[in-house]
Design a protein around this ligand. Sequence first.
Ligand SMILES: [Mn+2]
Length: 359
Amino acid sequence: MPSSFRQALKKALTDNRADAFLVFNQEGSGQPITRYLTGFTGSFSICVVNQKQQILLTAALYQEQARHQAPNWEVRVIKDRSLNQALSSIFSNTKSKQVLIDSQITSFGQALLINKIPRLQIKSAPGLSQQLRIPKTESELRLLKKAASISHKSFRQLLPHIKPGASEQSIAARLEWLLKENGADGSAFSPIIASGKNSALPHAEPNTKKIKSGEPIVIDFGARYQGYNADISRTICLGQAPTKIQEIYDIVRTAQAKGVAKAKAGMTGKELDSVCRDYITAKGYGDSFVHSTGHGLGLEVHELPTVTPSNNNPLPENSVVTIEPGIYLPGLGGVRIEDAVVLNKNGCYNLNQRLPRTL
Ligand SMILES: [Mn+2]
């Protein structure tokens, strides 16, 4: 756990008048924060952090892995799968304890389990585990850069295989294979290969449709490397693009470049969103830009901070956000261009600068 994070967590405990922070990692939502805190990558654990101790509870099958990956944590094995007993043993003294959880990643069942333990009281800090991870450390940035470079290489190798007659699905499959072949843990998410009319759906799922010449193809993909994700979109076209597609392409391309040029730490999410949105609106396509400009990127593909019209908070230094305006014309097609940038006081560093943006 980075020392900056430990300090922020201790402050959160004090601010919330809580004795301990508790994270359930059970098939999903608590995994990124567990990995961040401890290094443990398994799919079942509970972390308990208080001002003095850090305890990692896990199942017997994970004990070796947990001791290896989380050497600074006191690893305890949950016997007989009794979570209740395991938690009770940690909070065994008679004094009542205030336990801080992040309600966005704690299930109702998990909260009930805490509730069943006498003397434990729940305090909730929704989103805390993402908020504390917003500023990225040097080593996190290195992993994000590596995820980006694997993605770039894979995209370049994919291009010769995007030809008329190839199905969206087969291109998606090849891309996932390339990412792994080039050293990724895997795909950050199922790649979007959306051609023709499908490209007008921002979150289209690749299907058996075959690619044709003269269609826009939105490719949204990324590698995951040591847990850290890339998230990149490019729009390409085989042969001559129709006039309308070329027109919206140029608008999105300019809006995206403006966003990257203006992005810096200290501006609010709303301000950065408006850089792209106002330009697209001025060009007459405001209603066709149907999503937010961007989102945080790290151990999760979508995390805080958000680049949305509703985020009035300043974007912190060393936060990583995507800038991904798009225009979608139902029945015709869509265009999206997406890079992820690291924000600093004077501007930003574009993690995906090296991947060309041409239709
Ligand atoms: Mn994205």
